[in-house]
Design a protein around this ligand. Structure first.
Ligand code: GLN
Length: 526
C-alpha cells in the first residue's frame, strides 16, 4: 500500500511480533487479537528504523535455532531504543539472555510437553491472575545463569529460569509458549503483557476496522480512479467487494466469470445476492463455452487446472478492457482478497537462507494489465473476515459457506469434463448439500461435495438393467485444512442422500462415501 496512506498499525495500538521461525509464531498474533489488541508479525530481521510506526510493545517469538550458533538470527538492537515493553518467548527469551551476558547453552535434556509453572514473584504484572498453571515447553537450550540486570520471577522443575524480568525496565522472558492452548493460562499472560504492561487499547474490532479501512481505501484510490476485481461467490471475494462498494460505490467493478464449472445455478445466485442484494456493481460474463471447449479431451488434473487458470486471466482481461469508467479515468487498481495467513506465509522467517515468497493468486494479471494491487483484507484472519462480512450485511449463509476450488467442478468430474458430466456432478452435489443443510450439519462440516467417477457400474431400476456411473460423496472436518478427517454421518442420512441421487440424477447408478482422511488422501479428488 502507498506510504501516504495510514497503515492499520498507525491507527490501532499495535504489538509487534518478531518471528524467529517458530511454528507457533502466528498464534501469538491471533491470541492478542482475540482480546481486541491489534498485532502484526514481521520477520526477526526487521530493521526498526524502517518500521514506519511505533509499536506499543514487542514480542520475540520462539524459533528452531540456537542463539549461540554461528548462523543464528538476531534481533535489531534498536528495539531497546524504542523504550517499550518487550517479551521474549523461548528463543526470544534466550535471545534476551544472549544479548545480556550470553549465558545460554544446550540443556542436559530436551523439554517438550507440559510443565508446571511456579510463580516466584506473585507481584509481577506478567503473572496477575495466574499461579501454578500448566505451561507448554518446547526447547533443548536453556539459560545457565541470569541475564545481567534480570531476576527470576518463575521456575519449573526443569527450568530454574522459566520466567525472568529486568529489574528496572518492563522486559520479560519466558521459557514456555503462552500462545498455544496447552498453556492453560497463556492467554491471561499475553493479555497481562499487552493490556496491563504495554497499555495497548483493546479497540481492535471489526466495527472499528470498517471505518479505518473505508477511509484508507478512499485515500488510496483517490477521488476519480476506478477499481476492478473478480468475485467468485465465496466469502473472501464477496467481503472484499462489499467493502470496496461501501468505500467507492460504482467506481468498483466486480466481474464474475462463469467458467461453466461453477455450482448449480451459481452465476444466477451471485448476480442476485451480490448485484441486487448487496448493491455491488457486478458484471456476469458467460464464458462457459470458451472454458468447456478448451477442456475437451483433457483428463490430466494439472492440465485442467492450468487451462482454467489461463483462460480465466484471458477472459478477465478482455472483460476488463470493455468496462468504460464513468469519470473517463482509467482502471488503476485490481482488488484482491488476500488474507493475513497468505501474508504471514510470504513473510515468515525461514532461516539464515531466508526465502521470501511472494504470494501470487493473480498470476500474470498485474503485469499484463499494469494495475496496482489493492488488498483490503490483508490484515485479517479468516474468522475476522467472516465477522466483517456479517457487519457489512452479508448473509450468514454466504459468510459461512464452505470453500470452493478455483477450477470448480472440473476437478470434481474425474476424467474428461463435458457439459453432460458437469450437469450430473452439479445435480448430485446440489442434492447432497441440500440434505446436509436440512439435517443441520452444514456448519459442523468444513467442506462437503460430490465427485463424479467415470466408472460404469450395473444397477437395476424398475426391472430394467442400468449401466451408469458412480458418485462419490466427500465430507471433512478440519481446523486448518492441512489435516482432515471424514465426517461421521448417521447411516440414515447416507441412505437418504444415496436414494435421492440415484432416483433424481440421470446417469448415476451407484453412490459411495469417501472414508479417507487427509493425509494420506487430499480433500479434493484431483
Ligand atoms: N531452539 C531453541 C531451543 O531449542 C528455542 C526453541 C523454541 O523457541 N521453541 O531451546
Amino acid at each position: 500500500m502507498s506510504s501516504s496512506v495510514e497503515q492499520v498499525s498507525n491507527v490501532f495500538d499495535t504489538i509487534l511480533v518478531l518471528d524467529f521461525g517458530s511454528q507457533y509464531s502466528h498464534l501469538i498474533t491471533r491470541r492478542l487479537r482475540e482480546f481486541n489488541v491489534y498485532a502484526e508479525m514481521l520477520p526477526c530481521t526487521q530493521k526498526i528504523s524502517e518500521l514506519g510506526w511505533k509499536p506499543a510493545g514487542v514480542i520475540m517469538s520462539g524459533g528452531p535455532y540456537s542463539v549461540y550458533a554461528e548462523d543464528a538470527p538476531h534481533v535489531d538492537l534498536d528495539i531497546f531504543k524504542l523504550d517499550v515493553p518487550i517479551l521474549g518467548i523461548c528463543y526470544g527469551m534466550q535471545e534476551l539472555a544472549w544479548i545480556n551476558g550470553k549465558q545460554v547453552a544446550r540443556g542436559e535434556k530436551r523439554e517438550y510437553g507440559p510443565a508446571t509453572l511456579n510463580v516466584k514473584d506473585a507481584s509481577s504484572p506478567l503473572f496477575q491472575g495466574m499461579n501454578h498453571s500448566r505451561v507448554w515447553m518446547s526447547h533443548g537450550d536453556k539459560l545457565h545463569g541470569l541475564p545481567t540486570g534480570f531476576e527470576v520471577i518463575a521456575t519449573s522443575d526443569n527450568s530454574p529460569y522459566c520466567g525472568v524480568a529486568h529489574k528496572e525496565k518492563p522486559i520479560y522472558g519466558i521459557q514456555f509458549h503462552p500462545e498455544v492452548t496447552h498453556s492453560s493460562q497463556g492467554k491471561t499472560l499475553l493479555k497481562n503483557f499487552a493490556v496491563n504492561i504495554c497499555k495497548a487499547t483493546q479497540n481492535w474490532t471489526m466495527e472499528n476496522f470498517i471505518d479505518t479501512e473505508i477511509k484508507r481505501i478512499r485515500e488510496l484510490v483517490g477521488p476519480t480512479a476506478e477499481v476492478i476485481g473478480a468475485v467468485s461467490g465465496g466469502v473472501d471475494s464477496t467481503v472484499a467487494a462489499k467493502l470496496m462498494t461501501e468505500a467507492i460505490g460504482e467506481r468498483f467493478h466486480a466481474i464474475l466469470v462463469d467458467n461453466g464449472v461453477l455450482r448449480l445455478n451459481e452465476a444466477a445466485n451471485v448476480k442476485q445476492i451480490l448485484g441486487e442484494g448487496l448493491g455491488i456493481n457486478l458484471t456476469v460474463v458467460d464464458a462457459a463455452d470458451e472454458f468447456l471447449d478448451k477442456l475437451k479431451g483433457v483428463t490430466d488434473p494439472e492440465k485442467k487446472r492450468k487451462i482454467i487458470g489461463n483462460t480465466f486471466i484471458h477472459v478477465f482481461e478482455r472483460e476488463a478492457a470493455k468496462i468504460q469508467p464513468k469519470g473517463g479515468d482509467e482502471i488503476e487498481f485490481l482488488l484482491q482478497g488476500t488474507l493475513y495467513p497468505d501474508v504471514i506465509e510470504s513473510i515468515s522467517f525461514k532461516g539464515p537462507s531466508q526465502t521470501i515468497k511472494t504470494h501470487h493468486n493473480v498470476g500474470g494479471l498485474l503485469d499484463d494489465m499494469k494495475l496496482k494491487l489493492i488488498e483490503p483484507l490483508r490484515e485479517l484472519f479468516k474468522d475476522e473476515v467472516r465477522h466483517l462480512g456479517e457487519l457489512l450485511g452479508i448473509s450468514h449463509e454466504l459468510v459461512w459457506r464452505h470453500p470452493f476450488p478455483g477450477p470448480g467442478i472440473a476437478i470434481r468430474v474425474l476424467g474428461e469434463v463435458t457439459r453432460e458430466q458437469v450437469a450430473i456432478a452439479r445435480k448430485a452435489d446440489h442434492i447432497y448439500i441440500e440434505e446436509i443443510r436440512k439435517a443441520g450439519l452444514y456448519n459442523k462440516i468444513s467442506q462437503a461435495f460430490a465427485c463424479l467417477l467415470p466408472v460404469k457400474s450395473v444397477g437395476v431400476m424398475g426391472d430394467q438393467r442400468t449401466y451408469e456411473q458412480v458418485i462419490a460423496l466427500r465430507a471433512i472436518e478440519t481446523t486448518d485444512f492441512m489435516t482432515a478427517d471424514w465426517f461421521p454421518f448417521e447411516h440414515d442420512f447416507l441412505k437418504k442422500v444415496a436414494s435421492r441421487i440415484v432416483n433424481e440424477v440421470d446417469g448415476v447408478a451407484r453412490v459411495t462415501y469417501d472414508i479417507t482422511s487427509k493425509p494420506p488422501a487430499t480433500v479434493e479428488w484431483e
